[in-house]
Design a binder for this molecule. Structure first.
Ligand code: KIV
Ligand code: ZN
Length: 514
């Protein structure tokens, strides 16, 4: 019998700590629902003490998710733990994840605490969390650079205090697989009460080793892996869920573990997270990249046609690539549209919202013959954002672009209910359009990134544009999709401007005092 490996997804918490990846409450609910269909064991829904908005998001996810455990992060502070407990009140199954830093550099420089004091905080936090739930996780932050003897002491103490999961984070992505695996084995062996808790790992990807470190830990006794869809996360990201899960599944012979995930839902989750956060997936990314299952060289194709196992170690359909099919078209009715949206995990809040989305779908189907799941996800991202936080809306865009002439754009926006028009020239159609928008909104933001990706194939495909804006240290990503990439660019820019206007003062969990 293989052991069960618990998959803890932190896309909504650590993933959201990527610059510009912040998500609205409704977007988090959509991702949480997709994760539940993927059958992840634990969904870390956020850090409730960060802001009232974060609290509400965790509360909302806790209300709708029935099958997965919903987890809230809390520093080792009474006020954080109480907030997490309160936000998780209506969850079917809840977990509080509390943490405090344990490496010499973090204890001295960030916490300015003595090691004994850190143990006291940790024990107190775990005991307090146990008043809200029996499922309490403790993380010694920066464990990858902590002393093993100290880790043994603090972990033994928190197990006695009631922690049921001990998560070992490689917070700064410093560890190397062989050494990280050995640390996990040593902790399990040296801590006298280690059999009373599940050992977990949480690896960052600064050296590109997050998945390798996580798998080394599994080989040495870890039975929970914390990861994110598409490897999203702080800096270089976290261990990628799809890579960890497919490695465990494909090499059961080595890991002797199993997850309960329905891997056919991986692609849907990947696309959804990418479209909501505006973080595109690189084509050569394992499992979910556009080339992951594409066979180009003739010799490979010939081998695959004769026997697919000559060059394939996994089947594309097992991770949901087969679901990448044409689903709807111009003649599809409202019911077909609604039921496909439900299958994709989207529930309309009202008839009005369904009508608006269906109207947009019809408009798109007039321009584009085949409508794929990716098109529907992009469409719904736009509709949901508009119903929530739309201060500025695109009304019309006209662009003149001709060889030998300077491109010129005229844009009409509705800003806080008032229609305004602006004109600008530019080095190209996109540049002119974004400058025309700026002539109206005057955001003073700096454009840090602009990228275009084709959502599906063909010249009639929608282009999905991502822009990243920075203003006074705040970074937001905006995305927009359209069969016309100039319009998609304008939508993406306006989406980012709207996000900048939405107030979002939040506490970063790892950058405060404790
Ligand atoms: O990377 C880290 O250490 C974390 C902790 C909060 C677990 O994200
Ligand atoms: Zn982390």
């Amino acid at each position: 019998m293989n052991d069960k490996l618990i998959i803890f997804d932190t896309t909504l918490r650590d993933g959201e700590q990527s610059p510009g990846a912040s998500m609205t409450r409704d977007e988090k609910i959509r991702i949480a629902r997709a994760l539940e269909r993927l059958k992840v064991d634990v969904i870390e829904a956020g850090f409730p003490a960060a802001s009232p908005g974060d609290f509400e998001s965790v509360e909302a996810v806790a209300r709708v998710i029935k099958d997965s455990t919903v987890c809230g992060l809390a520093r080792a502070l009474d006020k954080d733990i109480d907030k997490a407990g309160e936000a998780l009140k209506s969850a079917q199954r809840s977990r509080i994840h509390t943490f405090i830093a344990t490496s010499p550099i973090h204890m001295q420089m960030k916490l300015q605490m003595q090691p004994e004091q850190v143990i006291e905080y940790a024990v107190r936090a775990v005991k307090r969390a146990r008043q809200f739930t029996d499922d309490v996780e403790f993380s010694p932050e920066d464990a990858g650079r902590s002393e093993e003897d100290f880790l043994c002491r603090i972990l033994e103490a928190v197990i006695d205090a009631g922690a049921t999961t001990l998560n070992i984070p490689d917070t700064v992505g410093y560890s190397i697989p062989q050494q990280f695996g050995a640390t996990i084995a040593n902790l399990i062996q040296r801590i006298p009460n280690s059999d009373k808790a599940i050992f977990s790992v949480h690896c960052h990807n600064d050296l590109g080793l997050a998945v390798a470190n996580s798998l080394a830990a599994v080989m040495n006794g870890a039975r929970q892996v914390e990861c994110t869809i598409n490897g999203l996360g702080e800096r270089a990201g976290n261990a990628s869920l799809e890579e960890v899960v497919m490695a465990i599944r494909t090499r059961k012979d080595v890991f002797k573990c199993e997850t309960r995930l329905d891997t056919r839902e991986i692609m849907t989750c990947s696309r959804l997270v990418s479209s909501i956060t505006g973080f595109p997936v690189q084509p050569n990314k394992a499992i979910v990249g556009a080339n992951a299952f594409a066979h180009e060289a003739g010799i490979h194709q010939d081998g695959v046609l004769k026997n697919r196992e000559t060059y394939e170690i996994m089947r594309a359909e097992d991770v949901g690539w087969a679901a990448n099919k044409m689903v709807l078209g111009k003649h599809s009715g409202r019911n077909a549209f609604k039921s496909r949206m439900t299958e994709l995990g989207f529930e309309f809040a009202s008839e009005e919202e369904l009508n608006e989305a269906f109207f947009r779908f019809k408009q798109l189907a007039d321009k584009k013959h085949d409508i794929f799941d990716e098109d529907l996800q992009a469409l719904i991202s736009e509709v949901s954002f508009e119903t929530e936080d739309e201060h500025t809306k695109l009304i019309a865009l006209k662009v003149c672009s001709e060889t030998g002439e300077v491109p010129n754009a005229t844009v009409t926006l509705r800003v806080e209910g008032r229609e305004m028009t602006g004109t600008s020239s530019g080095s190209g159609a996109v540049d002119a359009s974004l400058k025309a928008i700026e002539s109206i909104v005057d955001s003073k933001a700096t454009l840090e990134l602009y990228s275009v990706n084709s959502i599906t194939n063909g010249t009639d495909a929608q282009g999905e544009v991502t822009v990243r804006l920075e203003l006074a240290g705040r970074i937001v990503n905006g995305s927009g999709a359209d069969t016309d990439i100039v319009i998609a660019s304008a939508k993406a820019y306006i989406n980012a401007i709207n996000k900048l206007q939405t107030s979002n003062k939040r506490q970063h969990p790892q950058k405060g005092d404790v």
